[in-house]
Design a binder for this molecule. Structure first.
Ligand code: ZN
Length: 308
């Protein structure tokens, strides 16, 4: 073989080997869709933060679907949910069209992944099927007709059909999170108790209450306006083949910089693990080195996990 053909052959071999190595080193990213555009919360910041957290993890490739503003023409809002491994709901606003409702239900019924984030569980109080997808919701006129309250007495979940409004919370504060199922892929390896950064703690939530696995609860404080009960905060939902992860944490602050509930390393870890589990049924992420302890909170101001 002449020198040049040997050289070209050599270069080609190296290039092919490098390409094969590259394909091995970089697993295909999971496709996430964040739905936002209306909320009684600061959705302008929250949907950007959710995307930062998901994309900076290196696990997700995230798109955003924004609805028109309140009162706008909802016919313009027609995301193709079926293109995605997980749909992250950051939406609380006008009803979608019947066509979009049906597309979303079809995606979920076929085993789609869904993350219900914070005030997304305020949405659509009058849409029964949506309420089965979130299991528990609050505000927007919810009451005993929406389903029972679900809370814990001595660590045991109870359903309470008593009359009263659904959804409230006390003053924002730092609070301990209590693990209720340590062997779930989402919680595995995380401490049993850890301190969450300043956030709302939702309470008195009610709905069909079809909780599959309760992962974390928190003790509300009646002195700061809470229900006084141990309340469900993070859980999966029993809804056919779908994998639904509901996280009530993460009240969005006024700016990207002033946003402790979403800057909490614990919140971000749960969001990422819950999103991966919703997308695949598995969690491959290790426990990050900056995870909060039972004594102290841990903030990621840039929404980025420490390098491993
Ligand atoms: Zn909030």
């Amino acid at each position: 073989m002449k020198f040049y053909s040997k050289l070209i052959w050599g270069l080609l071999t190296v290039t092919l080997a490098a390409a094969a190595f590259d394909a091995q080193a970089k697993p295909k990213k999971l496709r996430a869709l964040i739905v936002s555009g209306q909320n009684n919360h600061n959705w302008q910041v929250s949907h950007r933060v959710l995307r930062l957290i998901l994309d900076q993890s290196g696990i997700f490739d995230t798109d955003i679907a924004l609805t028109p503003a309140a009162g706008g023409d909802m016919n313009e809002f027609k995301p193709d949910f079926s293109d995605y491994d997980v749909v992250v709901l950051d939406y609380n606003g006008d009803r979608w069209t019947a066509e979009t409702d049906e597309a979303f239900l079809s995606y979920v019924r076929k085993g789609g992944g869904v993350v219900v984030y914070h005030a997304a569980d305020n949405a659509f109080a009058d849409w029964p099927e949506f309420n089965k997808i979130i299991a528990l919701g609050g505000w927007e006129g919810r009451n005993e007709a929406s389903g029972p309250y679900y809370y814990l007495i001595n660590g045991i979940p109870v359903l309470d059909n008593g009359a009263g409004p659904g959804g409230s919370h006390g003053m924002q504060r730092e609070y301990p999170m209590h693990c209720r199922k340590a062997d779930h892929p989402i919680t595995k390896g995380l401490p049993d108790n850890w301190m969450h950064a300043r956030d709302e703690m939702y309470d008195r939530m009610r709905g069909p209450a079809n909780v599959r696995d309760l992962l974390y609860s928190g003790q509300t404080d009646p002195r700061t306006g809470g229900s006084g009960r141990e309340e469900p905060l993070v859980f999966t939902v029993d809804y056919g083949k779908a994998r639904i992860f509901h996280i009530m944490l993460g009240h969005c602050g006024p700016t990207l910089e002033d946003n402790p509930a979403m800057q909490c390393a614990g919140f971000q870890t749960l969001l990422l693990r819950g999103a991966e589990w919703s997308a695949t049924g598995k969690v491959k992420q290790p426990v990050p080195s900056d995870f909060p302890t039972d004594k102290s909170i841990s903030l990621r101001r840039s929404y980025r996990a420490p390098a491993r």
